[in-house]
Design a protein around this ligand. Structure first.
Ligand SMILES: [Zn+2]
Ligand SMILES: [Zn+2]
Length: 246
């Protein structure tokens, strides 16, 4: 495991480094086009980490996001497939069958593709917790190849909700309509509410692929205002102190 775990409020949070690499394919752009208005070097390569997180809370085991998936996944057109989530879970001493709950922050191909393998749920005993607004807006390969095979396992939620004692879901729309974060004590697993460190300095900097950039700014400001530490999906560091909470 390349990244160190952290324990908060009795919950162990284990970062799982599914992949590391640049964005490719049709969606690749220079950084100043991805983050308009940010002072970023147009020649710099953006190397993304793709992080999922394992939570151990008493006897319950939760996986937050399932990563980029295998060689033929819906993310294969632009992300560095295959993902290593299975090896990372094994290194953490966890088998797929031990996962009780999968929380999907949103249904983009780099966050949810590892949910299904060969047309079957990859975590055979898990329920999959997804915001209703996300299910209402998903289309194409992510609907046909991920949501449809999971159909009987999905628990749809609307808005903020308590997942387990001490673990809360926060509906944070903008990047997608049903984006959600997971709050554990002072730590927020932030998904794609924050994509790049430049947005910590200025949360008003938008991202080219946000569905609703203005709403994303409000969600980002809200998370940065309540968390002491964020765990964003794509930073090199799996935990980043933001120190906004006194
Ligand atoms: Zn990593
Ligand atoms: Zn996304």
């Amino acid at each position: 495991m390349p990244h160190e775990p952290k324990t908060v409020a009795g919950v162990e949070i284990v970062p799982l480094c599914d992949a590391v690499g640049p964005m490719g394919g049709r969606i690749r752009r220079p950084l100043p086009e991805l983050f308009p208005g940010a002072a970023l070097d147009p020649d710099a390569e953006w190397i993304l980490h793709f992080h999922c997180y394992l939570l151990r809370a008493g006897s319950r085991t939760v996986l937050v996001d399932t990563g980029i998936g295998g060689a033929g996944s819906p993310a294969a057109s632009w992300a560095p497939v295959p993902g290593r989530l299975g090896e990372e879970l094994a290194a953490a001493g966890c088998s797929p069958a031990e996962i009780d709950v999968v929380v999907l922050t949103h249904l983009h191909s780099d966050h949810a593709s590892g949910s299904v393998v060969a047309g079957e749920p990859a975590f055979p005993n898990a329920r999959f917790v997804i915001q209703q607004a996300e299910l209402d807006s998903v289309a194409g390969a992510m609907r046909d190849r991920v949501v449809v095979p999971l159909q009987d396992r999905i628990q749809a939620v609307s808005g903020h909700a308590e997942l387990l004692p001490g673990i809360r879901l926060l509906h944070t729309p903008g990047h997608t309509p049903g984006h959600q974060c997971v709050e554990v004590g002072e730590v927020v697993l932030a998904g794609d509410v924050v994509l790049h460190p430049v947005q910590l300095t200025d949360p008003a900097i938008t991202y080219r692929y946000d569905d609703d950039p203005e709403q994303a700014v409000r969600s980002r400001a809200g998370i940065l205002g309540r968390a002491a530490v964020i765990a964003p999906s794509h930073f090199a560091d799996p935990f980043v102190g933001v120190g906004r909470r006194e």
